[in-house]
Design a protein around this ligand. Structure first.
Ligand code: ADP
Ligand code: MG
Length: 393
């Protein structure tokens, strides 16, 4: 599958101005009245309406006239805004093939001007499994401000902040490069998700490394919460990289023990089933750690949590606030990649889907220099304004 970014090269400044205006209107409207879009964009001679038609043609906005004449961004529209900002910043210059599709994200290769290939993760909160739909819809119904745009942005911000912090503390994670809206740019991890690997040279060592990672994370104050064969990448040298962090929690979380045990159990089960590892012997204790092992040979959470580090607190101070954490947790806690893999066909088809059929294309779609509207429309989010002005210089 590929992200159809062709239209991006042909969109004008006015197109982006109106698209940005729809985005701004969505801060407090699910469907933004056309008049409001027009007022924010401030184009002369009814220009906004003509542009809206063009955006509609390219599926960047969705028209809704059920209550009033209004528009909202589609995922594709949101993708374009993020991609354009990042391209203007010089973070990358071309978008290539899709390399992953998670339950609530799409991952693409992107290339920098000098040809370095990176990974771009577009968060898609709202593309959730059926099982979770009802409760989550009910939840969202009463809180209009919790729209998918906001939640996806929050997920990206959290993923970026956590990836950066983990990297700084020496964890094997992708290199966090940049983040805008719902989009995270990171280094491309070599290898494959562990779930695709049928044979290992040293399953014992890989297993110990992975369990060691869960323990070390907890010692630093964090639990991955979706630590399984889908979120562990392994290369030909059997080197491990962990990915996918939007659902991580602190060891002080009320359900920390349950999440920790679940992560550990996933790994034990997977290695037992796939690589026939048995666990009669207790895993070796990490050097210098006071790790206790329970009667089933599993690491004991309470012994780790007692001496947990402060990475969770550092993260709380990193701009990803406690309030943000609570908001995102309500929405994504509980589900896992395992759930979605076992019920893959239950994933709700997204009407805004921006993905066209797979044609095996690996050619990068390159952008020329993309200009951002010189003047930001009135009412613009001050953060975005600062950032986009900086990068349009
Ligand atoms: P989700 O949150 O939707 O599960 P993930 O971050 O787990 O998304 O990514 C889904 C898939 O995309 C992964 O299983 C992996 O195959 C691929 N992927 C994600 N990030 C990278 C990366 N940095 N490098 C290479 N492949 C990646
Ligand atoms: Mg995943």
């Amino acid at each position: 599958m590929k992200l159809d970014v062709d239209a991006l090269r042909y969109l004008s400044k006015d197109d982006f101005r109106v698209l940005t205006s729809v985005e701004m209107g969505m801060r407090n409207h699910e469907i933004v009245p056309a008049e409001l879009v027009d007022r924010i964009a401030g184009l002369k001679h009814g220009g906004t309406y003509k542009v809206l038609k063009n955006l509609l043609k390219h599926k960047l906005v969705h028209h809704d006239s059920s209550k009033y004449d209004g528009f909202r961004l589609t995922y594709l529209g949101y993708d374009f805004l993020a991609i354009k900002t990042l391209v203007n910043r010089g973070v990358f210059a071309a978008v290539g093939r899709q390399i992953g599709v998670g339950k609530e994200s799409d991952i693409f290769e992107v290339a920098t001007e000098d040809g370095t290939v990176l990974a771009m993760k577009l968060h898609r909160l709202g593309r959730i499994s059926f099982r979770a739909v009802k409760s989550k819809r009910d939840y969202l119904l009463h809180r209009h401000s919790y729209n998918w745009l906001y939640l996806s942005r929050l997920a990206a911000l959290k993923e970026y902040a956590f990836m950066k912090a983990l990297q700084e503390h020496g964890f094997p994670v992708p290199n966090a490069i940049d983040c805008n809206r719902h989009c995270v740019i990171m280094s491309l991890v070599p290898g494959y998700p562990l779930v695709q690997v049928k044979q290992l040279q040293n399953p014992d060592i890989v297993f110990e490394t992975i369990i060691g990672l869960v323990i070390r994370l907890a010692e630093h104050g964090l639990i991955h919460c979706d630590f399984n064969e889908f979120n562990i990448m392994i290369d030909d040298d059997e080197k491990i990289t962990m990915i996918d962090f939007p659902q991580m929690v602190s060891v002080s979380h009320r359900n920390a023990q349950m999440y920790f045990d679940r992560d550990v159990e996933c790994i034990f089960k997977f290695f037992n089933k796939r690589f026939k590892l048995s666990f009669h012997e207790e895993p070796e204790e990490a050097e210098g750690s006071k790790l206790e092992i329970d009667e089933n040979g599993r690491p004991c959470f309470s012994s780790i949590a007692r001496s947990a580090g402060v990475l969770d607190k550092e993260l709380a101070a990193s701009g990803f606030t406690r309030k943000n954490q609570d908001e995102i947790e309500k929405f994504i806690a509980g589900g896992s990649d395992e759930d979605s893999a076992s019920s893959g066909d239950e994933v709700v088809a997204n009407e805004d889907s921006c993905i066209s059929a797979d044609n095996g294309e690996t050619v990068m779609c390159k952008f020329g220099s993309l200009d951002i509207a010189e003047q930001c429309p009135s009412n613009h989010n001050p953060d975005d304004e600062k950032e986009e002005n900086q990068h349009s210089e």
